[in-house]
Design a protein. Structure first.
Length: 350
């Protein structure tokens, strides 16, 4: 005869009950379910009993992050970003901090400044401070130190694409589609000598893959050149523009997709100073839609990336308020057409 606890474990494995299932059964919000398991003092005794009864009936034990947060030693969450100079990470931080504050949590922000060594030092610092969880946007792939923290009981959520099979939650916008939208927009304007400028990063690789797909699917033949850079800053973008100015007209690109907006703004500045007309001679598309994109001397066409929403979503996963699967599709990119490209429409379908 199967014992009652064993039967419940089997039911949990078969049904994989979620926070939403428990909330629906108990007739409460997802937040109430999360608080019941992570901050029970915020829930009345009656509601807590309803939630626990519903969880027991469904065999719900909470996701791994929520279980670990129950035994956390701090109200602080760690946020690791690879470059505070990039406004995208400031937006991720703003979203994470606002969501954390709404639930009585605090965020410690660490900037690795594109240094793996500094990244490792900050992860060790987070562990010494006993943070309850970490939102991570690392320099490259997930560092071994972060995986080690998870094994020792500190959960994390990756803001970005997870490489290969993984057990941790990861959320990201669709970078491949974003690159496709950018290149398809240029091709729809009749641009045929495309250039992609970007750094060595998994997200940027996906954006390049989207650009390649758009070029391959073009009804009219188009060339695509790729320039890789070490870091994606405005200064580097301006440096790349100077190398382009030495080329003959036949070898000069007529459409550029940049790996991010900072690169694009540097390219734009260098080209305009040299007398290149944008968008008459060349169209330019950035990526991320940072605040400065709309205030450039020629407002920048770009791919809007929901950075603040990603930061908030990562915190919600850490706190057990939502599951990773529930967030799929929320962070899809959008093409924002401004003055650095010709105002054509109808090219935003993948």
């Amino acid at each position: 005869m199967t014992s009652q606890p064993a039967a419940r474990r089997a039911q949990a494995e078969d049904s994989a009950a979620t926070v939403g299932d428990v909330a629906a059964r108990a007739g409460v919000s997802r937040a109430t379910v999360s608080y019941t398991f992570t901050q029970p003092n915020r829930v009345s005794r009656e509601l807590r009993q309803r939630v626990l009864a519903a969880a027991d009936e469904l065999g719900y034990v909470g996701n791994d992050a929520a279980r670990r947060l129950r035994v956390g030693h701090s109200l602080a969450l760690g946020l690791l970003v690879s470059s505070a100079r990039n406004p995208v990470y400031a937006e991720i931080a703003a979203g994470a901090e606002a969501e954390a504050a709404a639930h009585g949590r605090f965020v410690l922000v660490a900037n690795s400044d594109e240094s793996p060594e500094r990244e490792r030092a900050y992860l060790n610092f987070f562990e010494s401070q006993q943070v309850s969880g970490i939102v991570a946007a690392p320099v490259g792939d997930v560092p071994a130190e972060l995986l080690g923290l998870e094994k020792r009981g500190t959960p994390f959520v990756l803001v970005g694409m997870a490489p290969g099979p993984h057990s941790y939650p990861a959320i990201s916008g669709d970078n491949e589609r974003g690159g496709y939208l950018a290149a398809a927009h240029l091709l729809a304007q009749g641009r045929r000598r495309l250039l992609f400028v970007g750094g060595a990063h998994p997200h940027v690789d996906l954006r390049l893959a989207g650009v390649r797909r758009a070029a391959a699917e073009s009804m009219t033949p188009a060339s695509l050149e790729v320039i890789r850079v070490q870091v994606q800053t405005a200064k580097v973008g301006e440096e790349v523009s100077r190398t382009l100015l030495d080329r003959p007209a036949s070898d000069f690109p007529d459409g550029i997709v940049a790996g991010n907006d900072l690169l694009a703004l540097g390219l734009l500045h260098g080209l305009i100073v040299a007398g290149v007309r944008v968008p008459e001679d060349l169209s330019l598309v950035g990526y991320d839609d940072i605040e400065f994109a709309d205030f450039a001397i020629v407002p920048l066409t770009t791919i809007r990336h929901p950075s603040a929403a990603l930061g908030a979503g990562a915190v919600r996963i850490l706190l057990g308020l939502e599951d990773e699967a529930d967030m799929r599709g929320r962070f899809d990119p959008d093409l924002v057409i401004r003055a650095t490209s010709l105002p054509l429409v109808g090219c935003d379908r993948a």
